[in-house]
Structure formats: structure tokens, C-alpha cells
Design a protein around this ligand. Structure first.
Ligand SMILES: C[S@@+](CC[C@H](N)C(=O)[O-])C[C@H]1O[C@@H](n2cnc3c(N)ncnc32)[C@H](O)[C@@H]1O
Length: 275
């Protein structure tokens, strides 16, 4: 299997149907090229001998499927990733959020939590954290387990500190965590208003109303039709004047809700639902 380095269209379809019917995850509208790359990489990592073996394990071994799920999505993240995006939030979104008595925020596709911890730092510095509830969701339970721990490798911190200052941060970044051997633990006080939960953007529905929804580096892996579905889901999750922050890599352009939003920050793709 690993020598073939490819998977036929029929096999791909069979794989997607199997995962859908056995486990309820629908990957049929993920961008084909990157999804196939991830599957082939999984075959290597898991030492899959044949497509038949793969199917057998997938159906009969839940742990094998959990490992598949872990590998088939792209989980790369950072604190204060794309600092200009956080500068945009600080300057153009937080002042408006400050006018609400309770602030509800949704991070869709939060991975291992670094983006959410960054948001908590922004809120804390704006004096808003204590009246904020931050919902952080992901399709991948392993990511959520990691995120709940609030642990980050020490080696990553140098870059994160730089990102933080580039985003306009003025505090001593080390006051937000405690170092323990090779890791840092993000302070519990910062994380106490985060609610982590599993949510699949492909199959699940809106579950609350938020003043701000963030979804960065997630829809780039979806086909246009699925991007459109997810944009409707976000639209339904926002009140008039609610903010949608997609980050520099995403686009609203191809979705049919684009005219229902006004642009707040064009480069960082931050939008506001029109009244
Ligand atoms: C590249 S990470 C982005 C993390 C973070 N938003 C950032 O920009 O740093 C993509 C995340 O999207 C999640 N994801 C992929 N498909 C999803 C889906 N259908 N529903 C919810 N999350 C999904 C993955 O598990 C992964 O954690």
C-alpha cells in the first residue's frame, strides 16, 4: 500500500462512505487534493499494508479510527498566529464588544487551544475577560483533550512572545503562564471562562448566539459548497452587528451570504453582520 502512494477515486469514495456510515463523520466535501495527501500520510504513519486491511481496521477498531481522525485533519496552530489579525481584533472589534454586559465568543476549529488562549489574553488586557464566555469547539476530541490541559511546549514560546508583541501586546508575556520543565502551563485564571466542546461544522447546527465568531484556517480545507454551508451556520450564530473573524487565508467571496456582511478589516477578513 505504502509503495503505491496513491488512492483511486473509488477507494476514496469507499473510505468516505465507510467513515460516514460507521462513525458519522462526513469528509466528502473536504478539498480532495489535501484530503488524499493526509490519507496517504496516515497510511505511512500507521503502517497500513493494503486498502483491505485499512477498511477492516477502520470498521472493527475504534482506536484505529481515532488515530485516523487525529491524522486526517490539519491541526497546526500557534499563539497570536498572524499578529496583524489580533491587532485588528484589539483595535476594531474589542471596543464594540465592550458595550455588551456579557460577551459570548465562539472559536470554531480551535485545535489545541493556542488561538483561544490568545483571545483570553486580549480580553484580559481590555478588562473584558471576567464577563466573557468563550466557546471553543473542534471536530477532533484529541485536540480538545490537549486544549483543556492548557499546556504548550516551551520551545514554541519564543515565537509566540514575538507574535504577541507584534500584535500590539505591551505586557510581560511570561506573566500569563508558568514554566514546567519542557512545557508551559497557561494560567488557570485566564482559561476559566472557556468551554471546550466537540462540534462538527459539516453536520452540526448553530448552538448559541455570539457577538464574535472566529474560524481561521479551517474552511481552506473545504470545497466551496461546504464553505457556503458553514458560512450560513455562522450567519445564523450572529446577531445583527455581530462579528465574524476568518483570518488572512480565508475568503467570504464565494459564499452567497457575502452581501449580508460589511467589511471591518479587509486584510484580516473580519466582517460584521449587517442590520
Ligand atoms: C489548521 S487548524 C486551525 C486552528 C486554529 N483555528 C488556527 O488558525 O490556528 C484546523 C482545525 O480545524 C479542525 N476541523 C477540521 N474539520 C472540522 C470540522 N468539520 N468541524 C470542526 N473543526 C474541524 C481540525 O480538527 C483542526 O483542529
Amino acid at each position: 500500500m505504502t509503495e503505491e502512494k496513491n488512492i483511486s477515486n473509488d477507494e476514496l469514495k469507499e473510505l468516505q462512505e465507510l467513515v460516514l456510515y460507521r462513525y458519522g463523520y462526513d469528509f466528502s466535501q473536504y478539498s480532495k487534493a489535501s484530503f488524499v495527501r493526509r490519507v496517504l500520510r496516515f497510511f505511512e504513519v500507521a503502517g497500513v499494508a493494503s486498502f483491505y486491511d485499512f477498511k477492516y481496521n477502520l470498521v472493527n477498531n475504534k482506536e484505529f479510527f481515532a488515530f485516523f481522525l487525529e491524522n486526517v485533519t490539519v491541526n497546526v496552530t500557534e499563539m497570536f498566529r498572524d499578529p496583524s489579525f489580533y491587532r485588528g481584533l484589539r483595535e476594531k472589534v474589542l471596543p464594540a464588544l465592550a458595550t455588551y454586559p456579557v460577551i459570548k465568543i465562539w472559536h470554531a476549529g480551535c485545535a489545541t487551544g493556542e488561538e483561544v488562549f490568545s483571545m483570553c489574553i486580549l480580553l484580559e488586557e481590555a478588562g473584558l475577560l471576567s464577563r466573557s464566555i468563550i466557546y471553543a469547539t473542534d471536530i477532533n476530541p484529541k485536540n480538545l483533550d490537549q486544549a483543556k490541559k492548557g499546556i504548550i511546549p516551551l520551545t514554541a514560546m519564543k515565537e509566540y512572545i514575538q507574535n504577541y508583541h507584534l500584535s500590539g501586546g505591551r505586557q510581560d508575556f511570561s506573566s500569563y503562564y508558568t514554566a514546567r520543565y519542557d512545557n508551559v502551563l497557561i494560567k488557570k485564571e485566564l482559561r476559566k471562562n472557556i468551554v471546550f466542546s466537540q462540534h462538527n461544522l459539516v453536520t452540526d447546527y448553530a448552538f448559541n448566539e455570539f457577538q464574535l465568531v472566529l474560524c481561521r484556517n479551517v474552511m481552506i480545507y473545504f470545497e466551496k459548497e461546504l464553505q457556503n454551508r458553514v458560512m450560513h451556520l455562522f450567519y445564523d450564530s450572529l446577531p445583527s452587528g455581530g462579528y465574524l473573524a476568518l483570518g488572512i487565508k480565508e475568503s467570504l467571496l464565494f459564499t452567497d451570504v457575502r452581501w449580508k456582511f460589511e467589511t471591518v478589516d479587509a486584510a484580516s477578513k473580519i466582517f460584521r453582520r449587517k442590520t
